[in-house]
Design a protein around this ligand. Structure first.
Ligand code: ATP
Length: 234
């Protein structure tokens, strides 16, 4: 579904990505993991078209997308849930969700998608008229993911879903990710939380200093001695 091939990306003179390649198949949960400043957000910003690559290619459903504008990439079905949720605090949960349906893809099935979001996250339905800013961190994260789903994605990329959330809630959100893939949506998790995300994912890619240093079946990576020593303190 998505092939990132040997991409290079610079911020001014400073190179942030070196020869990064990833491949994601339809229906997978993929984890892109790495430490702070490894280049994870930069990689998904390149896929979303909010940052431009200077080398390599990005193919989505066998078509090159690296020169498209970000709104055209959204129209193709690649949706990013940004780090820090970026909700409108003084709008209700439902209004925030509806904003996700403003894209061309989202407008089509708005009612059906809202029902799907409320089915996945019943608490959002219960609190639909509450201000987003008054919700807990976990509920705000559900709302941010729900807003992404309102755009009718084929590929949903979620930046730091688990950051700052209690472990029990993180487990719950990872379970919902699995449900989302059963609806035909492919999920890419971008996480500093190496342990949790690899435990839940099918496949993983490890980024270090702007380079992919390891990739493979998530369970195999979890048992890799280098990864254990570097990220899991074992
Ligand atoms: P984090 O988990 O902290 O977000 P990350 O793995 O997502 O880390 P990036 O945010 O992609 O890392 O950053 C990769 C590198 O690029 C870092 O050295 C960062 O300082 C640099 N960088 C990121 N955004 C910019 C920018 N807009 N201008 C200049 N440098 C940037």
């Amino acid at each position: 579904m998505l092939k990132v091939q040997n991409i290079e990306l610079f911020y001014g003179e400073v190179q942030a990505l070196w020869d990064v390649s990833l491949e994601i198949k339809q229906g997978e949960v993929v984890a892109l993991v790495g430490a702070n400043a490894a280049g994870k957000s930069t990689t998904i910003n390149a896929i979303s078209g909010t940052e431009r690559i200077s080398g390599g290619k990005i193919l989505f459903e066998d078509e090159e997308i690296q020169t498209l504008d970000s709104h055209e990439i959204v129209d193709r079905g690649i949706i990013q849930v940004p780090e820090g949720r970026k909700l409108f605090s003084f709008m209700t949960i439902e209004e925030n969700l509806e904003l996700g349906a403003y894209s061309k893809r989202g407008r089509k099935d708005m009612k059906k998608n809202l029902e799907m979001v409320y089915h996945l996250f019943p608490i959002l339905k219960e609190r639909s008229k509450q201000m987003a800013g008054s919700m807990s961190g976990g509920q705000q994260q559900m709302c941010a993911i729900g807003r992404g789903l309102m755009s009718n994605p084929k590929l949903l990329m979620i930046d730091e879903m688990s950051l700052g959330l209690a472990p029990i809630l993180v487990t719950k959100l990872f379970e919902v990710m699995r449900e989302i893939t059963q609806l035909g949506i492919t999920v890419m998790l971008v996480e500093q939380n190496v342990n949790h995300s690899l435990a839940m994912a099918d496949k993983g890619f490890v980024l270090e200093n702007g380079r992919v240093t390891m990739s493979g079946v998530a369970q195999d990576l979890l048992h890799d001695p280098h990864l254990k020593a570097a990220y899991l303190g074992m």
